[in-house]
Design a protein around this ligand. Structure first.
Ligand code: AHG
Ligand code: MN
Ligand code: MN
Length: 355
């Protein structure tokens, strides 16, 4: 069908936009129809299918027997597992079956990597994911998300422990998240900018809604669970005292990393999940929470730090390794880092004074 030259331009534009689906956008980004480009496009399409299935379950959860509440089990993280965690985890496994693309899945909800038999060893991609991020929000109908990262398998993984995944964030070939909010939004990058797609339920398609998103260099939001105030290092408390005392800061904390991150991506600011004296490594998991978001924020012109090194440079010792996370606008992350550096200096001076 050739566009009717007399058709109003906006109608033609609207039609073209509605056809800018996720799989098409990936191919446009890669400027290629190679086998590798088609693979990545197909993987993103299956992630989109997972998001649609989980979104459908979430929007009807209150009406579906057994959708909400706890399973009664505790996962490898030592956290009580929600029924929605299990459902979402199983959805990600199912959408990649018979795909030939993804041999291994590494999930927050599974102790060991999961191998999809028919896809191994042909499937050279690995999906690392947090199937439901912000589980504590599920039963109270507040926003939750999913976080994903795609890596390419290196070597043969003969002993089945996916040791090649224990590398820094630069090994990621794509990353993104899904935000289940008033609308379901999928944000991704394959290293050529950050782009957002909104699910159009009437089409059943994710349609391009924001392209080449850039995080503001500074923003008003600081996002942290201040209930942990007395658990932190002094340097973090000093940062919080600073933002309490200075004009222009506002606290926002939603209990789901994906929602807090999404706000900061568009409005600027910083999200903090510091380590504590008892648990210096903090709560958030590197491979499928912090590293994918660090990939995105750097693509969007922002910064992500453990407090002492870039998240993207951090190398995990094991699949579910945790690190502290400071992520968002460059200026705001660097302000937090300056307090941490000052704390390290003060500790050194105190140690020297006592030696
Ligand atoms: P998950 O539900 O996948 O375990 O993630 C929850 C994380 C993150 O989404 C959120 O920012 C943080 O836990 C909230 O932790 P606190 O309740 O300790 O603030
Ligand atoms: Mn999470
Ligand atoms: Mn989770």
């Amino acid at each position: 069908m050739t566009a009717d030259i007399n058709q109003p331009l906006d109608q033609e534009y609207a039609l073209d936009r509605d056809c800018t689906t996720l799989s098409r956008h990936v191919l446009q980004q890669l400027q290629s129809f190679s086998a590798e480009a088609q693979d990545l496009s197909a993987i993103m399409n299956r992630i989109a299918l997972a998001a649609k299935l989980i979104s459908r379950r979430l929007t009807r959860a209150g009406l579906v027997e057994g959708a909400l509440g706890f399973t009664g089990n505790v996962n490898v993280q030592g956290e009580s597992v929600k029924k929605m965690d299990v459902y979402a985890n199983d959805v990600f496994i199912s959408v990649f079956k018979q795909s030939g693309l993804v041999c291994r899945l590494a999930s927050e909800e599974m102790d060991k990597p999961y191998y999809i038999p028919e896809n191994c060893p042909i499937g050279r991609y690995t999906l690392l994911y947090d199937p439901i991020d912000g589980s504590s929000n599920v039963d109270i109908n507040l926003n939750v998300g999913a976080i994903f990262s795609i890596r390419k398998q290196e070597g043969d993984d003969i002993d089945g422990d996916a040791r090649d995944l224990l590398q820094n964030g630069h090994q990621q070939i794509a990353a993104g998240y899904v935000l289940y909010g008033p609308s379901t939004v999928l944000v991704y990058s394959i290293g050529r900018g950050v782009h957002a797609f909104t699910l159009d339920p009437s089409l059943g398609e994710f349609i391009l809604s924001s392209e080449n998103i850039q995080v503001p260099q500074h923003g008003p939001v600081y996002s942290v669970n201040e209930g942990n105030f007395w658990q932190w290092e002094d340097s973090i408390r000093n940062y919080i005292r600073y933002v309490h005392r200075h004009e222009g800061y506002t606290a926002r904390y939603g209990g789901a990393l994906v929602g807090d991150f999404h706000r900061i991506l568009f409005q600027g600011g910083v999200f903090l999940y510091p380590g504590t004296i008892k648990k210096p490594e903090g709560k958030l998991r590197l491979l499928y929470e912090s590293a994918p978001l660090a990939y995105l924020i750097e693509q969007a012109g922002g910064k992500a730090s453990t407090g002492t090194q870039k998240i993207m440079d951090a190398v995990p010792k094991e699949l579910h390794a945790r690190t502290p996370l400071f992520i968002g606008s460059k200026e705001d992350v660097e302000l937090v880092e300056s307090f941490i550096e000052e704390g390290v200096r003060d500790k050194k001076e105190t140690t020297m004074a006592h030696s």
